[in-house]
Write a protein that binds this ligand. Structure first.
Ligand SMILES: Cc1ncc(COP(=O)(O)O)c(C=O)c1O
Length: 411
């Protein structure tokens, strides 16, 4: 009995690790082995820190003993404030009862997928996507399908229009996008919403980078259905404190559901998954909402960091300058190497860590409910993702080294 159980691979065992975590681990190991300081352009860890008020609110909550469980859906006072933020800032029509606090956007996304789908349903993911979206889909027992992107990394609407079938349940959108830096404008969002309506898909809109748009503005798809009766709405919006307030390790996010019925289902998933989000962190999140001016400062920091990538863009190495988010894709096509080899060599010779895009374009082949094999979209073989949220001087120095290495390869 024991040996049979040990021999049987579980569904989770068949799920590929996230490239972001893989690269992170291997760069840590390389740094420990060589003792060299590494320019970390592989992960989205900001160089700025949370507002002081956040730190003080967290400490005060711990000191005052405000450390017991909260309701699974979050502190009532925080949900009230988040609902007000969603109305004022994002143009939603919502109330606290439809907003759930989560330990990070990641957990909110995972819980949502479990809450609105059945195993075997299909989810539509962008061709280039954050690998955690894929893992979460697979963990929920979903079959991911991938919608193509155009030359600007925008969803290809014509292709998407042909993709639905009776098992397709969710369209996942991510703007500003990780890893492409693409920002979907209002027309595109309206077209996506219309497609979702026509096909009766739900939409999970990952808006973790909502506050980091450098050209244009962030449009929340849920705002486009604010005049639809709540019972007929289909957009779920997911937000994070990690990016806007540099609170990556605090683990705090929230989900705006379309109506009370969906909120009630998500609440059950959260009761089973988390019992509650960490209480002192929720008080820290409350304080953060009074420090919105720092978000604008953080955006300007990131804008400067993005602009420091101009030399790479001028060399044609970043053909699509990111309009938002924390990441850019470097295109090494024509340099006679692959993204994996480029990233490995860049680390070895210049101590610059980047993430080959292969891991953002995995294509699992699913047989009998298990991932039998994982391929990758060949179009990703010449792309590497760089994070430009690190220390600005380090980012521009790393960009200089990337440009020099590329020039060497080209000559
Ligand atoms: C697209 C996207 N969504 C969500 C997250 C994670 O947010 P959180 O830290 O709140 O879980 C990330 C983090 O990198 C991300 O890139």
């Amino acid at each position: 009995m024991t040996s049979t159980m040990a021999a049987r691979a579980t569904h989770a065992q068949s799920i590929p690790p996230s490239c972001v975590h893989d690269v992170y681990r291997s760069v840590n190991a390389w740094a420990a082995r060589t003792g060299r300081p590494v320019a970390r352009l592989d992960v989205g860890e900001p160089h700025f820190t949370p507002p002081l008020a956040v730190i003080e609110a967290l400490a005060a909550a711990v000191r005052d003993g405000r450390t017991g469980y909260t309701p699974a859906e979050g502190l009532p006072v925080l949900r009230e404030r988040l609902a007000a933020k969603l109305v004022e800032h994002n143009g939603h029509d919502t109330v606290a009862e439809r907003v759930l606090v989560t330990p990070g956007a990641s957990q909110g996304l995972s819980a949502l997928m479990q809450s609105v789908t059945d195993p075997g349903d299909e989810i539509l993911l962008p061709a280039l996507h954050w690998p955690i979206h894929l893992q979460q889909s697979l963990l929920a027992g979903l079959r991911p399908r991938f919608y193509p992107l155009d030359d600007e990394y925008r969803p290809d609407l014509d292709a998407l229009a042909t993709m639905g079938n009776e098992r397709t349940r969710v369209l996942l959108t991510n703007t500003p996008s990780n890893p492409t830096g693409c920002v979907y404008d209002a027309d595109l969002q309206a077209a996506l919403l219309e497609l979702a309506r026509r096909n009766d898909w739900l939409v999970i809109a990952d808006e973790a980078y909502e506050d980091f748009v450098y050209s244009g503005r962030h449009v929340s798809m849920a705002a486009l259905e604010r005049d639809v009766p709540p019972a007929e709405r289909r957009v779920f919006s997911v937000y994070s404190y990690s990016k806007s307030f540099a609170m990556t390790g605090y683990r705090l996010g929230y989900v705006a559901t379309p109506n009370a019925a969906h909120a009630a289902t998500l609440q059950v998933v959260q009761e089973a998954s988390i019992l509650s989000s960490p209480t002192p962190v929720q008080y820290a999140g409350l304080a953060a909402l009074d420090a919105m001016s720092e978000v604008a400062d953080n955006r300007e920091r990131l804008r400067s960091a993005r602009d420091a990538l101009a030399p790479l863009a001028e060399l044609g190495l970043i053909p699509r300058v990111p309009a938002g988010g924390w990441f850019a894709l470097v295109d090494i096509d024509g340099l006679g190497t692959t993204a994996d080899a480029f990233a490995a060599a860049l680390l070895e010779r210049d101590a610059v860590a980047v993430a080959p895009a292969r891991g953002f374009a995995l294509r699992p082949v699913i047989t009998a409910g298990r991932v039998a094999r994982v391929d990758a979209d060949p179009a990703s073989e010449h792309l590497v993702r760089i994070a430009f949220c690190g220390e600005p001087t380090q980012v521009s120095e790393a960009a200089r080294r990337i440009a020099a290495f590329a020039a060497e390869l080209a000559s």
